[in-house]
Design a protein around this ligand. Structure first.
Ligand SMILES: Nc1ncnc2c1ncn2[C@@H]1O[C@H](COP(=O)(O)OP(=O)(O)OP(=O)(O)O)[C@@H](O)[C@H]1O
Ligand SMILES: [Mg+2]
Length: 791
């Protein structure tokens, strides 16, 4: 039987923050709890704006402790391509998508051992596909339960529906104060009105009007919120009168809509009509966004001759004020979002105005441009910010790709966009998704000039997924097309990928030739990012050929280039490669320092797989030092981290070291204690696992002395300072780091200048003060990074 490893990473996956206060629904929350105890799928049903999403999120907060692996919320509102349903769900679970299994199978494989509540929010536009996915999950994963929200039922056997009524409204025309306060609708309206007009309160004088208003709005939360903002400029009576007129108009106009839909519709019409002309345009145009978006995107997409760019900021404030737009702040970044019903309303208006296609195209072009700019930043400093931005924009990128798959012109734009996302897809671990878009785009534009880049990227993603045969087919096509269309720039990338394919086929010698070609081609083109990757890959090939010292030199060259660009990604790859080489060279201390640094960088990228790979080496070092319990706990933490991203196993070339570490920790601790430590490690959240790994001994880390501003040394300089502190000469340092003595000397000179010191002894004293008992302390700027990025 498979043992279930506790996985707190899912339990602690952050649930969306609740913006404004939550009102009532005690009965429904209790009901959801009971229904979920007895049913595998509970669907909250109800009209738009009735509060399904809000209630599901509240239930998720309340229930997350009842499920061993916690709750995972998947917001489907922004997803229009149902074929990405399983992938989107897997991504919400934090799983990487780098396996070649069909996405649904992969998801099921990961969920089989989990006891988890999956919340699928806003299923209505994908009902049939959601039904199929949920059916598959439930029939394979015995301990998974699903809470769905939808305007129509999924209609599968396991489903139990819970129709969600609107909030309770006061029944009498002249309600008593108690009846008034017992009404959830009154509470919500009053809370939102008071937020708009601090003086607002329920009084003897206004209670009949408030009660009537809540009844007229059918207790629909979204309607109550939209009406409450009117309180700033209108009296309750005026609002009621305005409402009556609109409702009458709408009832005459449409006989098909249900009464509640009419209520909300009339409210939205009213909200819309009361906006300025520009506000209306903006609402409609913003409906092309999927999920959330930032100010620069609104400014880049929505303005034209009719709508001035300078007015956008004020208009956004107006829409937030009127409860049309939600403003969210995360990690110091402001993003906006339209509630689903409001977005649909905007989209209908946009369609009616005949502008839909134009604005969608502008959305696509703007995001294509964003990917180009972001890729430049990914390759040349500001990497982490660029990475986080692209990660936040995935729903919009998908929307842009969807439009690209509908025309030849679009496909060419899509291929350019895919080429710009080549690094991002690898960094974020979205290999399957990248391949999927490329497949669709290449069908449309197989011979377009952009197909060269598309094929090159597709081949890379394929070989990285160990789909070498497919990768090679694409490479052959890419090479032929690059040659016939004279696109030399892609030849370096193609050589690269041929090298990776050779590595995967167990032929490091051929791989090395390809990487050398790639290096030369990148050098000729002056693309440093490509050079760095080629160096790391060549180092891997050389290490497999047993040429350790040469491999270290290549990593070193990579680190020097990386330092110049403020790059982190390649630095982490190079340091991890070096760490492994140092380990095999019997230099555990150096291996640990490098692995620790790798881990800190991977943390900033939120790359749990990368963190796990580095943690593995730290476990080996701990074992070598005789810290058996810590080593076993770290092995467990690695296992937990791998599992949380759905990675099946460590790389092949780590297997021997892993087995050795496992064997000797087990022998030292005894089976029972060993198992307990591994389980303890597997139960650690990633933050605690990192702290454990980054501490060299069990001794508590003493508080760090205050930063000296002059101590802003580069990673390399910090490392050299530590060697100077250990009394090494320039020649020793050079030998140890596989650099020339002249380079070592230059580094030492730079350190002296930066610190304002005059001798090597002073460097030693400075280093000892800055790192009293933690030789793996990160350089200052990495620490700063962590605080600002908070990944
Ligand atoms: N119980 C509640 N307390 C406070 N606010 C609520 C409550 N229920 C709903 N709301 C607010 O009402 C608005 C609409 O709610 P929500 O988005 O949950 O509706 P929905 O039924 O999911 O709509 P849709 O079908 O469009 O997805 C939101 O602003 C939400 O915060
Ligand atoms: Mg909803």
């Amino acid at each position: 039987m498979v043992r279930r490893i506790p996985d707190p990473r899912l339990r602690s996956s952050p649930l969306p923050v609740e913006a404004a206060s939550f009102v009532g629904r005690r009965h429904e929350l209790a009901k959801i709890r009971t229904l979920l105890a007895n049913n595998r799928l509970v669907t909250l049903l109800g009209v738009g704006g009735v509060g399904k999403t809000r209630l599901a999120l509240r239930a998720a907060h309340d229930l997350h402790r009842a499920f061993h692996d916690g709750v995972c919320v998947v917001d489907l509102a922004g997803l229009s391509d149902s074929t990405l349903l399983a992938q989107t769900t897997a991504a919400a679970l934090g799983l990487r998508d780098d396996s070649t299994l069909p996405p649904t199978d992969r998801l099921i494989e990961q969920l089989v051992e989990r006891q988890l509540l999956l919340v699928l929010d806003n299923c209505e536009h994908l009902v049939e596909d959601c039904a199929a996915l949920v059916d598959a999950i439930l029939s394979h994963c015995a301990d998974v339960r699903v809470l769905a929200t939808s305007r129509s039922a999924l209609q599968i056997e396991a489903e139990c529906t819970l129709p969600l009524p609107p909030l309770s409204v006061p029944e009498d025309d002249e309600p008593s104060p108690e009846a008034l306060l017992a009404s959830d609708a009154v509470q919500l309206f009053s809370a939102r009105a008071a937020a708009c007009l601090p003086d607002f309160e329920l009084t003897e004088d206004n209670r009949a009007d408030v009660a009537e208003l809540c009844r007229r709005l059918d207790g629909i939360p979204l309607a109550l919120e939209l009406a409450a903002v009117r309180i700033r400029s209108l009296s309750l009576r005026q609002i009621l009168d305005g409402l009556s007129d609109r409702y009458r108009l709408l009832t005459q106009g449409s006989r098909t809509a249900l009464p509640r839909q009419r209520t909300l519709r009339s409210l939205m019409d009213w909200s819309y009509d009361l906006l300025t002309e520009d506000g209306r345009l903006l609402w409609a145009r913003m409906s092309v966004f999927a999920d959330s978006f930032e100010l620069d995107a609104v400014e880049g997409i929505c303005p034209d001759d009719e709508l001035a760019r300078e007015d956008i900021i004020d208009l956004l404030a107006e829409l937030v004020d009127k409860s049309v737009l939600l403003r969210e702040e995360r990690d110091g970044q402001v993003r906006y979002r339209l509630l689903e019903t409001i977005k649909e309303y905007g989209l209908n208006r946009l369609r009616a105005s005949g502008e839909l296609a134009t604005v969608r195209r502008r959305h696509r072009d703007w995001y294509a441009d964003l990917t180009t700019r972001a890729n430049v930043r990914l390759e040349d400093g500001e990497q982490i910010d660029a990475f986080l931005r692209l990660r936040a924009e995935q729903a919009n990128l998908r929307a842009a790709f969807e439009l690209c798959t509908t025309s030849l012109d679009g496909a060419r734009a899509g291929l350019r966009m895919a080429a710009d996302l080549r690094n991002f897809w690898i960094m974020v671990g979205a290999l399957s998704e990248g391949r999927r878009w490329l497949r669709q785009l290449l069908v449309f534009a197989p011979d377009a000039p952009e197909a060269v880049g598309g094929l090159a990227v597709a081949s890379k993603l394929a070989v990285l997924q160990a789909d070498v045969a497919e990768g090679r087919r694409q490479l052959a096509r890419a090479r032929a097309l690059a040659t016939s269309t004279g696109q030399q720039a892609w030849l370096a990338e193609i050589s690269h990928n041929e090298g990776i394919a050779s590595l995967f086929s167990g032929d490091p010698a051929t791989a090395l030739n390809h990487f050398t070609d790639a290096y030369d081609a990148h050098k000729a083109a002056g693309t440093d990012f490509g050079i760095m990757i080629a160096l790391i890959q060549a180092a891997t090939a050389r290490s497999l050929l047993g040429e350790t010292s040469h491999a270290l030199e290549l990593c070193e060259e990579c680190l020097e280039i990386s330092e110049r660009h403020g790059d982190r990604w390649c630095a982490a790859l190079a340091m991890w490669t070096q760490a492994l080489l140092r380990w095999h060279w019997n230099e555990p201390e150096r291996a640990e320092t490098l692995a620790a640094e790798t881990m800190r960088i991977k943390e900033a990228f939120g790359d749990r797989l990368g963190m796990a790979m580095a943690m593995e080496l730290i476990a080996w070092v701990a074992e070598k030092r005789g810290q058996h319990a810590r080593a076993a706990t770290l092995l467990g933490a690695v296992q937990g981290a791998m599992r949380s991203v759905g990675a099946p196993s460590l790389f092949n070339h780590l297997e021997d070291g892993h087995a050795a570490c496992e064997d000797s920790t087990r022998a030292a601790l005894g089976e029972e204690s060993w198992r307990a430590h591994v389980d303890k490690g597997a139960a650690l959240d990633i933050g605690s696992a990192l702290s454990l790994a980054l501490r060299r001994s069990s001794k508590a880390v003493a508080p760090r002395p205050p930063e000296r501003p002059e101590g802003d040394l580069t990673t390399r300089e910090q490392e050299i300072a530590s060697l100077v502190a250990q009394g090494l000469s320039n020649r020793d340092i050079a030998a140890s780091l596989v650099i020339s003595p002249r380079t070592a000397e230059k580094h030492v000179e730079k350190i002296l200048t930066k610190l304002g010191l005059s001798s090597r002894t002073q460097i030693g004293v400075w280093f000892a003060t800055a790192h009293p008992d933690d030789a793996t302390a990160p350089p200052a700027r990495y620490r700063e990074r962590h605080h600002t990025v908070g990944a």
